[in-house]
Design a binder for this molecule. Structure first.
Ligand SMILES: Nc1ncnc2c1ncn2[C@@H]1O[C@H](COP(=O)(O)OP(=O)(O)OP(=O)(O)O)[C@@H](O)[C@H]1O
Ligand SMILES: [Mg+2]
Length: 252
């Protein structure tokens, strides 16, 4: 049996009175890529952001239910979110590099977590830029501003920055939707390699992308999970009519 890296049990998420996620129970396998798909507004981002408690920062957002990680339920007041986000990293839809150098985008968060050794920082910067397939592009200009990179390069830098924390789990919210097909393809190639080392949960609107990169897929509709299975089963032989309608482009 595969091991589970992260699991939600009967998760409900509310924005004030509005319930955006209803009774969602999913278990994410270690070293697997799981895709979350579904039409706009069905709650994919809301769910993804709960997995490292980022939406706790939204004033009227309430998360009820259990989120199991590393042998404990993290959906409690006493959970240290600063430490948690080191283990469960996130890459957003729009590349959001800091307005600092390429080097510092990776080194700054590490310094905040107490790593100051220059040689060690240099090593991590190089390794993670290689993992994110950006090293060849930037190795001679590490001290240039990250904002001078292209969108696709910025997104790869954000992936490198997330990897530098050595997370167990990487959450990605439509990481390629703002990019051209070549940059998206480069990022998909990176993900295929990272899968060996990390557990990845990725939101995508792109059905072909979900089919290409993920081993498991969860289909969301109106805040609920309609179907969760191996990606090949979801795309070739869905059990639910609603899933079939969605993947064949009949709505959404
Ligand atoms: N900060 C917020 N405050 C109030 N309601 C919100 C907030 N963020 C999302 N919602 C609502 O929660 C529901 C789910 O939104 P969410 O962004 O999770 O959907 P999504 O599946 O990620 O959509 P998309 O594919 O367009 O990104 C929507 O009805 C949305 O209006
Ligand atoms: Mg979203």
């Amino acid at each position: 049996m595969s091991q589970i890296a992260l699991e939600t049990k009967q998760l409900n998420i509310f924005y004030g009175e509005h319930q955006a996620i209803k009774e969602v129970s999913l278990a994410f396998k270690k070293n697997e890529i799981t895709a979350l798909i579904g039409p706009s507004g069905c709650g994919k981002s809301t769910y993804l952001r709960s997995l490292n408690l980022i939406n706790r920062e939204i004033a009227n957002c309430r998360i009820e239910g259990e989120i199991w990680y590393s042998g404990r339920n993290i959906n409690t007041e006493k959970e240290d979110v600063f430490a948690l986000r080191k283990n469960i990293g996130m890459v957003f839809q729009r590349p959001n590099p800091f307005s600092r150098s390429i080097y510092d985008n990776i080194a700054f968060p590490l310094r905040r977590h107490g790593l100051t050794d220059k040689q060690r920082l240099d090593e991590i910067v190089e390794t993670t830029l290689k993992q994110a397939s950006l090293w060849q592009d930037v190795k001679d200009e590490l001290h240039k501003s990250a904002l001078a990179l292209s969108g696709g390069q910025q997104q790869r830098l954000c992936i490198a920055r997330a990897l530098a924390m050595k997370p167990d789990v990487l959450l990605m919210d439509e990481p390629t939707s703002a990019l051209d097909p070549i940059s998206s393809g480069a990022i998909e190639d990176v993900l295929a390699e990272l899968k060996e080392l990390y557990t990845i949960v990725i939101v995508t609107h792109n059905m072909q992308q979900a089919a290409r990169i993920s081993g498991e897929t969860a289909f969301f509709l109106s805040g609920q999970v309609i179907e969760y299975d191996r990606t090949s089963a979801i795309f070739r032989n869905p059990k639910e009519q609603k899933t079939e309608d969605y993947i064949s482009g009949r709505f959404g």
